[in-house]
Ligand binder design. Structure first.
Ligand SMILES: *Cc1c(COP(=O)(O)O)cnc(C)c1O
Length: 408
């Protein structure tokens, strides 16, 4: 009986403490939220600039809802491509200084679309082992050769590129990487990867879901932080994180964008996002550009959190982004830590395998421009107290060990 297969599989997940549950949120997204009926301070969302419930962003959505209605009712290629979508694409390209941008309904759909459009049988995709799931899924779906290199390992990447160059296939080569790794918060060596892309005649697909809006003085993500400019770059980012809304986009050379538009199945066969979302994202982008104070405050919080923990756990943390992981090893440790924080009305999710490699279960702290310095101070204090408590109870070794290297 097939159903018992699922029941047994679920039981095994539960045994391995890998069963996930959802929390019910009954307030807007913010630093302080009502989660499962209780007011808590949230250090969990990707709303890094605190724009998900920004009055101007919400007002723009309401205004557009009245003007354009709710649904886009068709794909972009039929009649779903509406004025706010169009304006947003132009604005994104202009903001980033890239020739052209194309909207997708989500980051997941964008990466599936980009990789399947750029590569196929006979081509090769080179990917970091810690890449986001949707880059992996896109690579598999593309039917290209899929070669993964250890996290941020340029030597291995170069060796793989060299082997491919020697092979008989003269197919396209695509290097695909997260810009900011979503579970570690570290940044890929993109300038060096670009050099490799030049040397081996490859394209570089960059997923900047966690850098867009956050990194760089103007918020242009890794492009600005690392001063990257090159026709080989295919830049992708989401609008559901720092932009506080929903959707995603890819920006690159005109012909690359045109090709993706003509061939990406997740673009062609999907309904366009509601136009009000695009209209709201235009305002979100305005705030992102004008309001340096938000980014500056977030930067202060990041430095404060990261420096506080560096002092406590000699091992140097290295995340200069809003994602601040604390590796605690076992799933049970991660759960105990997260629950102890929850008792103090602080929400910090425990991230367990298979989302992260086995034995590297962690707390994943996400900072948000709507947190005050005091909110972050409280969190640091709580983490310190709880660690003593857990260690006192002999829960395990390695609790609170920070990432000082890149786990592969
Ligand atoms: C969140 C995320 C995505 C997916 O974006 P959605 O818009 O949520 O589908 C893709 N890549 C990375 C690195 C992400 O963190």
């Amino acid at each position: 009986m097939p159903i018992s297969d699922f029941s047994n599989a679920l039981f095994e997940l539960a045994q391995a403490e890998q069963l996930r549950t959802r929390r019910l949120v009954s307030s807007p997204q913010d630093a302080s939220m009502i989660i499962d009926g209780e007011r808590v301070m949230s250090y969990a969302s990707n709303d890094y600039l605190g724009l998900a419930n920004h009055p101007r962003v919400v007002a723009a959505a309401i205004h557009a809802l009245k003007r354009y209605g709710l649904g886009a009712a068709a794909s972009h290629m039929v009649t779903g491509h509406m004025q706010p979508h169009h304006d947003l694409e132009l604005r994104l390209a202009e903001f980033l200084g890239l020739p052209k941008a194309l909207l997708f309904s989500s980051g997941y759909a964008a990466n599936l679309g980009i990789l399947t459009a750029l590569a196929g049988r006979g081509d090769t995709i080179f990917a970091d082992k810690l890449n986001h799931a949707c880059l992996n899924d896109g690579a598999v779906l593309s039917r290209a050769e899929f070669k993964r290199f250890p996290h941020n390992d340029l030597k291995k990447l170069e060796a793989l590129l060299g082997n491919a160059a020697d092979a008989r296939s003269a197919g396209r080569k695509i290097i695909a990487t997260d810009a900011v790794f979503s579970m570690d918060g570290d940044i890929a060596p993109l300038a060096e990867m670009l050099e490799l892309a030049e040397r081996y005649d490859a394209m570089l697909v960059i997923d900047d879901a966690h850098g867009f809006g956050v990194l760089g003085y103007r918020g242009k993500g890794v492009l600005e932080l690392l001063n990257l400019k090159n026709e080989r770059i295919v830049y992708m980012a989401t609008l559901g994180k720092a932009a506080g809304g929903y959707g995603a986009f890819v920006a690159a050379h005109e012909d690359v964008i045109e090709w993706i538009m003509q061939t990406a199945r997740t673009y062609l066969f999907a309904t366009a996002t509601p136009p009000a979302i695009a209209a709201a994202m235009l305002v979100s982008l305005d705030i992102m550009v004008e309001d340096h104070e938000r980014r500056r405050h977030l930067r202060t919080l990041i430095d404060f959190f990261s420096d506080s923990l560096k002092l406590q756990y000699a091992k140097t943390p290295f995340s200069q982004t809003a994602i601040q992981p604390i590796i605690v090893g076992s799933n049970a440790n991660a759960m105990a830590f997260s629950e102890a924080l929850r008792e103090r009305h602080m929400l910090v999710p425990a991230i367990r395998p298979p989302t992260v490699p086995a034995g590297t279960a962690r707390l994943r702290v996400s900072l948000n421009a709507n947190h005050t310095t005091e909110d972050v101070f409280d969190l640091v204090t709580a983490i310190t107290d709880i660690e003593v408590l857990l260690l006192g109870q002999n829960v395990g070794q390695g609790v609170g060990q920070r990432i000082g290297h890149n786990p592969t």
